[in-house]
Ligand binder design. Structure first.
Ligand SMILES: [Zn+2]
Length: 296
């Protein structure tokens, strides 16, 4: 039996309203539990998607047919009027899942401005999200995951001031404690090991027809496996594809668990977190620095 950590990112109002209930149904039908990471502030993702008409981003839009994948209402959110506050309107949906985490107060703002945010601004953004989520859940969120894997040393330090059991802020290969300025922080990082749908599709001959087999071929029984799906994608436009994925994976003996269940006894050491650019994604993402992973 191979364990795969399953993480659901919820980026938008539409993803929360439609994608989360859909995914909850699909997961329940397969007796699967996942960690959900919510955005609870304003949905300005339309602003994000239109902001950058750079070649790389434009190609990605064409490749993934952004409008059919995300829906026109997502592409327009926050562009002509302020985006709706997700937590205020959809708290009843956020309350219903197994392992609740914070994704962001404002996904767009984090992605667009993290590079220039001060420690104080990072703290305040985290606190706003945590306070709203705590109001909705009646308890502190268990975990957190930054939008778009945009994490730096200040983020790691500011997060350690809150009560998270773990964070999932980067890509990598093993669960580790992050090192900042020579100090090892106490909140473990559970990195994502597998590509997301929009990263993999349309490249190297990967299409909807062979996507599920492609992801299954990347699973490694001898190491950490963590998959991120999106409420907006696997929960709406690609829900049939995702149902088929769960069926195929379970037939191969894969058991999906919320990320927190991967923590027991498998923290292999400590590492720094570094920015890297990868093909098929706009801008940099955070990575576990595998060259400097100190194994205990
Ligand atoms: Zn996200």
């Amino acid at each position: 039996m191979m364990k795969v950590g399953l993480r659901v990112d919820v980026d938008t109002f539409r993803g929360t309203r439609l994608g989360v209930p859909n995914l909850c149904r699909i997961l329940a039908d397969h007796s699967v539990k996942a960690a959900f990471f919510f955005c609870v502030g304003p949905d300005n993702m339309g602003r994000h998607l239109w902001r950058l008409l750079r070649p790389a981003f434009f190609l990605k839009m064409l490749r993934t047919k952004a409008a059919s994948l995300y829906g026109w209402d997502i592409l327009l959110k926050g562009t002509f009027w302020p985006g709706p506050l997700i937590g205020k309107k959809l708290g009843h949906i956020i309350r219903a899942v197994a392992e609740d985490g914070l994704h962001a107060w404002d996904h767009h703002a984090w992605q667009a401005h993290l590079d220039t945010m001060s420690s104080n601004e990072i703290y305040n953004s985290l606190k706003k999200g945590i306070d709203e989520l705590t109001k909705i859940l009646g308890k502190h969120p268990v975990c957190s995951a930054v939008p778009a894997w945009k994490c730096n040393s200040s983020v790691l330090v500011e997060k350690s001031k809150f009560n998270f059991k773990y964070n999932s802020d980067c890509r990598g290969q093993s669960i580790f404690y992050p090192i900042v300025d020579g100090h090892t922080l106490h909140q473990p990082q559970i990195p994502v090991t597998l590509p997301t749908y929009d990263e993999a599709i349309g490249k190297n001959g990967v299409s909807d027809r062979n996507y599920n087999d492609y992801i299954l071929s990347l699973l490694n029984p001898s190491s950490l496996n963590v998959l991120t799906i999106h409420a907006e994608v696997e929960g709406i436009a690609k829900s049939d594809l995702f149902r088929d994925f769960l069926k195929k994976a379970q037939a191969k003996g894969v058991s999906f668990v919320p990320l927190g269940e991967l923590l027991s006894g498998s923290i292999t050491g400590s590492a720094t977190v570094i920015p890297k650019e990868i093909a098929g994604r706009e801008g940099w993402m955070s990575y576990q620095n595998t060259k400097e992973t100190n194994v205990k």
